[in-house]
Structures are given as C-alpha cells and as structure tokens.
Ligand binder design. Structure first.
Ligand code: PEP
Length: 255
C-alpha cells in the first residue's frame, strides 16, 4: 500500500451468506472493533441484507455495498436490481464482474462494462473484479487476460469517473480455494494493472486508483500482501464472514 497517494480499502464480499438477522449480528460485532481503522471498510452483502446492513452501520465507519447491479434503470428484467434502486436506499459500493458471476451466470466483459457505466452514472462506486484462470497463468497469458479485461470493463469510463472505481485483482485459482497468490505475484499483477491504467488514462490518474488483491486473503497472510506497494487493500470472501478475522485484516491495513 502507498497510503500517501491513494486510499487503502478493505471490503468484505459475503457472497450468498448471512440472513438479515445474521448480518445484523456480524456487523454489530465488527463495527466497534474497526472504528479507528486507518482504511476504508466496506461490507458487500446480499440484496436482502442491504436494508439491515445500512441501518446497523449508521453512524459507524463501515460502508455498505451490493454484490451486483443491472445496467438498466428499470424495466422488464425479472429478478434484477438496478443501480438507481441501490443508490436510493443508501448503498455506496457495488462489486461487479466477480469471477463467480462470470463463471456461473454468464457475465461477460461487455455486461461488466454496461454495469460499471450504470453504477457510475447512478453515483455508486464499482469494485470491478478481474483475474486470470489457472490455465491462463500456466500458459503465460496472465497479462494479456488482465489487460483485455481492464480495457473492456472500463471502456468509455472517463478519467473523472475512474476516481470512483476500485479494481480488485482476483486470480480465479485463488478464490475460495485456500490458495493465495504470493505477495510477489499479487504485486506483479497489481503493478501491471496500474501500468495498463496509465496507458489508457494518465500516469497521475493510475496512481490514484485503489487496486485490491482478493483470493483467500486472511488474518495470517494480509500483512505480507498489503506490504506491497501496489496492493492497496483486499476484497475478502470467506474471512469476511467471521468478525475477528475481518477485523484482523482491517487492522493489518491500518498499520
Ligand atoms: C471473493 O469472493 O472475492 C474472494 C476473494 O473469496 P475468498 O477470500 O474466499 O477467496
């Protein structure tokens, strides 16, 4: 992390876990323990937990995010939720292009781009996820894959809008597997993402973008991952479901 030039951000991605009652318990336990955090703290929660999460974190420094949004403002999209709806209820962030959405729900770079544009237009801050498959890493095309995702997912996003975008580098092989990228691997790709942003925008704009690492980050490996210059925080799945583990990662990012 280089906190002198950009914000450190620790975000939990709860995936399809926690009922509203459980959400209240988890957030009530975590909030007093992160009140002095020297980083942004976000909980991205299932749609049905959003209202409870917003109410429970009122007056605390935990911000609330959703786990996806549709690109249209409204219309015949049964089962979908728009960015406008999320914004109106007080949601601030939204995870987009998570590998589980890409893998199980047909998400493509084109739809990630449409969702990103819609989120930004509504005043939500997107956490845009990119990452290579193990096969792609083994074939030595990690940089090609990441550059393509960044270019397509951020197509038509202006330099001004980029200030509200967080990128999460999540190697697909490290998500929910217990296999973490080494701190060196995480740094290498996060630095490559920044270089790609510098080419697409300007070096100054790229320096300001928060780039998180995600993939089995936990209370034991957070310190090392976060010690790297271009790793500005974490998107945390499994470990965000246990208050003590999530708080320990927030503390690591607050050093
Ligand atoms: C995630 O869901 O974004 C994630 C990184 O999961 P985990 O920490 O469980 O690997």
């Amino acid at each position: 992390m280089n906190k002198s030039v950009r914000k450190a951000v620790i975000a939990g991605n709860w995936k399809m876990n926690k009922t509203p009652k459980e959400a209240k318990e988890l957030l009530s336990a975590a909030a007093p323990l992160v009140k002095d955090a020297d980083c942004e703290v976000i909980a991205c929660v299932p749609f049905v937990d959003l209202q409870t999460a917003i109410e429970t974190t009122q007056g605390t420094n935990i911000k609330i995010g959703a786990e996806n949004c549709h690109w249209a403002e409204s219309g015949a999209f049964t089962g979908e939720i728009s960015a406008v709806m999320l914004k109106e209820m007080g949601v601030e962030y939204v995870v987009l292009g998570h590998s589980e959405r890409r893998q199980y729900f047909g998400e493509t770079d084109e739809t990630v781009n449409k969702r990103t544009k819609a989120a930004l237009a509504s005043g939500l801050k997107p956490i845009v996820c990119v990452g290579e498959l193990l096969w792609e890493r083994d074939c030595n095309i990690t940089e090609e894959v990441i550059a393509r995702q960044i270019k397509l997912d951020l197509w038509d996003v202006t330099e001004e809008e980029l200030k509200n975008v967080i990128i999460a580098y999540e190697p697909v092989w490290a998500i929910g597997t217990g296999k973490t990228a080494t701190a060196e691997q995480a740094q290498e790709v996060c630095a490559f993402i920044r270089k790609t942003l510098a080419q697409l925008y300007t070096p100054a704009a790229a320096q300001g973008v928060t780039i998180q690492y995600g993939g089995s980050m936990n209370d034991s490996n957070a310190d090392e991952l976060l010690s790297k210059e271009d790793v500005d925080g974490g998107l945390i799945g499994g470990a965000s479901l246990v208050a003590e583990k999530f708080v320990a990662i927030v503390k690591a990012a607050s050093k």
